[in-house]
Design a protein. Structure first.
Length: 190
């Protein structure tokens, strides 16, 4: 795998197609998203990485500053922007009740989500999927993006329930204005 990583070293999805850069997710950057498990731009601890690389697939603690008035729902998107495919891989997609306030470690589990958390489909499956970058590919950035929405997300395109929609389809159909947004980046390399 190390050879494959080196061969793909310069192939990265980049930020262009992240949720953060989609036209329908533009809004004031007034939320500060933090974790007591790692700082912005810091290496993520192994416990938050995928089981296939001896991690625990445990979603990290996440906290945010007060939400803007009128926030009906939060949307959390976790993307690997350094994966060697055309678009970032969505590692987790979740809707969160604004009254939640923060997420404890493991709150993004597909089997037992935390209070106020509704897990949606991701590129990989359901729930949080921790980092497992290709060996030798270099550092991968995992961007945790939190959006305060003015309306509840129920479906993608009005026909597919949000729980069944593919992540990119859901992201492209969110029309609720973004009242505030914030992001946190964790890094992992093998």
């Amino acid at each position: 795998m190390t050879l494959l990583g080196r061969l793909l070293h310069h192939r990265r999805a980049g930020e262009t197609h992240t949720a953060w850069n989609l036209p329908n997710f533009q809004g004031p950057e007034q939320l500060t998203l933090t974790s007591r498990d790692f700082g912005d731009g810091d290496t993520m601890p192994l416990k938050h990485c995928a089981k296939q690389i001896d991690g625990d697939d445990l979603s990290p603690h996440l906290a945010w500053t007060p939400l803007p008035p009128g926030t009906a729902q939060l949307l959390l998107v976790v993307e690997d922007i350094d994966v060697p495919i055309p678009r970032p891989a969505v590692h987790c997609l979740a809707l969160i009740d604004p009254a939640t306030g923060h997420l404890e470690p493991g709150a993004l589990s597909a089997r037992q989500p935390g209070p106020g958390v509704r897990i949606l489909r991701s590129t990989i499956g359901r729930g949080y999927h921790g980092p497992a970058p290709i060996k030798g590919h270099g550092p991968h950035r995992y961007v945790f993006e939190l959006f305060a929405l003015s309306a509840v997300v129920d479906s993608a395109s009005g026909t597919t329930p949000a729980d069944r929609a593919r992540p990119r389809a859901l992201l492209s159909t969110v029309t609720a204005p973004v009242l505030g947004r914030g992001r946190l980046t964790g890094v992992y390399e093998r």
